[in-house]
Design a binder for this molecule. Structure first.
Ligand SMILES: C[S@@+](CC[C@H](N)C(=O)[O-])C[C@H]1O[C@@H](n2cnc3c(N)ncnc32)[C@H](O)[C@@H]1O
Length: 322
């Protein structure tokens, strides 16, 4: 029992250590160089009375094989610590924070009472910026989807619901010089981050950011394409038909709706998402592909196709036409 459990506990500590090392800037500081406790303390701005705790954290990192220590100096050692320290791996660093900060509390609260459900909802909101970053781990797949949805030429009016970091808004704006986007994002910090990223890329004039809950908004039939990436499970099942009917009414004739989401079944990550979506207040469970396609038809869409995007996973693109 001791040996078997120790192995599993070590892996849990590994994820939590990597999450914290990323959050406090330790991975970034040690990327490509070693440092002693003094240098690390200074670089991370650790208070003098917390140095002993920092040393204990570093020693735990050594004990699980993510750090090495020699002659009082620490460096990166493990595959994950080294890979996560690299520039461009921010989504995976955020994923360790999401797992440690949200998945673990969710598992510990399941199946949960009303108070647990409310707490998880608050925790999800508090971690919105982390979730917007971790969602980008799907970027390689969803950038291909964006390319397929946006023609390289010709005017396209796009409405993106729950745009998170804005990465797919940017991809659409980059793909076609006359695309115009209305991006909706409920969380103020996340909307601000996306607005800044879009402005930095020089696309502010072709994107209107609306910081609001999509359920409170109303549009005319002004869009050629509406996209919802990784957020249909933020809408309770009982509200989805009404949401889809409204999205349908905002499309021009021939306009398309694209929804990407993990569905029921699939691998461990999709199973966790199913748990989160059923334990958390205000969320709705992952869709069943056949049921969701049928709901799209009920909402008035002429046809609805469902295509799995990742081999062995339940991650699906639903495409429906007005
Ligand atoms: C998991 S994140 C995905 C972000 C982005 N679509 C992506 O795939 O990278 C879901 C986002 O949808 C936003 N969201 C959820 N419900 C919303 C609503 N009712 N109206 C607007 N935004 C919403 C959340 O705040 C969050 O930023």
């Amino acid at each position: 029992m001791l040996l078997r459990l120790s192995r599993s506990v070590r892996e849990l500590y590994r994820v939590c250590f990597l999450a914290r090392a990323g959050e406090i800037g330790l991975l970034e500081f040690l990327a490509g160089k070693d440092g002693d406790v003094g240098a690390i303390t200074q670089a991370l701005g650790v208070e003098p009375d917390r140095v002993q705790a920092l040393e204990a954290l570093l020693d735990l990192g050594v004990s699980i094989g993510e750090l090495r220590a020699a002659k009082g100096r620490y460096g990166l050692k493990g595959y994950l610590a080294t890979a996560l320290a690299a520039k461009g791996e921010d989504s995976w660093r955020a994923m360790t924070s999401e797992v440690a900060g949200l998945h673990v509390p969710c598992l510990l609260a399941a199946p949960g009472r009303e108070a647990d459900a409310a707490k998880l909802s608050e925790l999800t909101v508090a971690l919105s910026s982390v979730i917007a970053r971790s969602s980008r781990m799907l970027e390689p797949v969803l950038k291909v989807v964006t390319r397929a949805l946006i023609p390289p030429r010709g005017r396209v009016d796009l409405l993106e619901v729950g745009c998170g970091s804005g990465v797919y808004v940017l991809a659409a704006l980059q793909r076609n010089r006359v695309v115009s986007v209305t991006a909706v994002e409920r969380e103020p910090d996340v909307a601000k981050g996306a607005t800044e990223a879009i402005a930095r890329a020089g696309f502010a004039d072709r994107c209107t950011m609306v910081n609001a809950d999509i359920r409170t908004l109303s549009f005319g039939p002004d869009f050629d394409l509406i996209t919802l990436h990784n957020n249909i499970y933020y809408f309770p099942e009982g509200e989805r038909l009404q949401l889809l009917v409204r999205l349908h009414s905002w499309l021009r004739p021939g306009g398309r709706l694209a929804v990407t989401t993990p569905c029921r079944g699939g691998g461990t990550f999709a199973r966790f998402m199913m748990l989160w979506s059923t334990v958390t207040a205000g969320a709705g469970s992952l869709p069943d592909p056949a049921e969701f396609a049928s709901l799209l038809r009920q909402a008035g869409f002429a046809g609805a196709s469902a295509k799995r995007l990742i081999p062995g996973e339940s991650y699906t693109l639903f495409l429906a036409k007005k």
